[in-house]
Design a protein around this ligand. Structure first.
Ligand code: E4P
Length: 216
């Protein structure tokens, strides 16, 4: 499973990239707004740090404007994937843009049928928001399982499942078990995944025991 990092914070992206396990980056307008930076320049900075898909969200609501915005954003860098929210206009735009060879991440997916339609419209990725589903009392993981089952049943579907709105390390394990192609993680979750109390205890004990002999 590929791992993306879900942030627009450059320091966090650099720290994550230094681990050698990051395959891409997702951003959204809320994450960019938190940074108080200019949108295009931040996306370009991210492209300099991570060599993989970098999702940049488009916000226009009308078809012509949305397509024009997506073409503009896609032209910023070959690794930019335009993020398009699921909607009737979004589907129309995805059909047009995918035919032009533009990589698309269809975002705000909350049902299998939405994922299926986005795949049919040519989305490169669909992003089910599992945390937000769980927050509402439903089972986000069931959505990943069902998408994975349907996508693998129909080999003509090339769209990848990009599990988003991940809240904790257990979510990462579960989306991997469910067959997600990608998980996009908040930096805090990525760094939590590294640690285990028994690893820390083990390192301490080995260090102590190593004091009884000379190091190589
Ligand atoms: C994914 O592309 C989204 O940016 C993100 O995962 C949303 O997560 P949230 O529900 O924690 O805001």
């Amino acid at each position: 499973m590929k791992i993306f990092i879900d942030t627009a914070n450059l320091d966090e992206i650099k720290r994550a990239a230094s681990l050698g396990v990051i395959d891409g980056v997702t951003t959204n307008p809320s994450l960019v707004a938190k940074e108080g930076v200019e949108y295009k320049s931040r996306i370009m900075d991210i492209c300099d740090v991570v060599d993989g898909s970098i999702s940049a969200e488009c916000i226009s609501l009308e078809l012509d404007q949305l397509c024009a915005e997506a073409r503009r954003v896609a032209a910023w860098h070959p690794n930019v994937t335009v993020k398009i929210p699921m909607s009737e206009v979004g589907l129309q735009a995805m059909a047009i843009l995918s035919a032009e060879g533009i990589a698309i991440n269809c975002t705000l997916i909350f049902s299998v049928n939405q994922a299926l339609l986005a795949a049919k419209a040519g989305a490169t990725y669909v992003s089910p928001f599992i945390g937000r589903i769980n927050d509402g009392g439903a089972d986000g993981m069931q959505l990943i399982r069902e998408c994975a089952e349907i996508f693998s049943t129909y080999p003509e579907i090339k769209t990848e499942i990009l599990s988003a709105s991940i809240r904790n390390p257990r979510d990462v394990t579960e989306v991997a078990l469910a067959g997600s192609h990608i998980a996009t993680l908040p930096p805090s979750v990525l760094f939590q995944m590294i640690n285990h109390p028994l690893t820390d205890l083990g390192i301490k004990a080995f260090l102590k025991d190593s004091e009884s002999y000379s190091p190589v």
